[in-house]
Design a protein. Structure first.
Length: 118
């Protein structure tokens, strides 16, 4: 299973970025997808998830600003980030998961850096 995340960069506060995560090696449409982030000196935290049915979940800190979506035909998940704030600066990681009998299969991609300047 491979996850390739891209789309990070440097943006001014108030700006926008769209992250993409292309997945291979699984039946994408049957898996949930998630975006997490880790700022320097902090633990990795959940940003947003979308399950195989399209239901979404967001961290309170990004509600109303970020939108997670998926394109099953392209095996790709997206994170549209609007109204970026300096506190959104972090390495963003994508994750794919699927419930199995007795546990959960979970895979991570490499991170993509998002830096928001004030």
């Amino acid at each position: 299973v491979q996850l390739q995340a891209y789309g990070g960069g440097l943006v001014q506060a108030g700006g926008s970025l769209r992250l993409s995560c292309r997945v291979s090696g699984i039946i994408f449409r049957t898996n949930g997808m998630g975006w997490y982030r880790q700022a320097p000196g902090k633990q990795r935290e959940l940003v947003a998830t979308i399950n195989s049915g399209g239901s979404t979940n967001y961290a309170d800190s990004v509600k109303g600003r970020f939108t997670i979506s998926r394109d099953n035909a392209k095996s790709t998940a997206y994170l549209q980030m609007n109204g970026l704030k300096p506190e959104d600066t972090a390495v963003y990681y994508c994750n794919t998961f699927r419930a199995l009998v007795g546990g959960t299969a979970s895979y991570w991609g490499q991170g993509t850096q998002v830096t928001v300047s004030s």
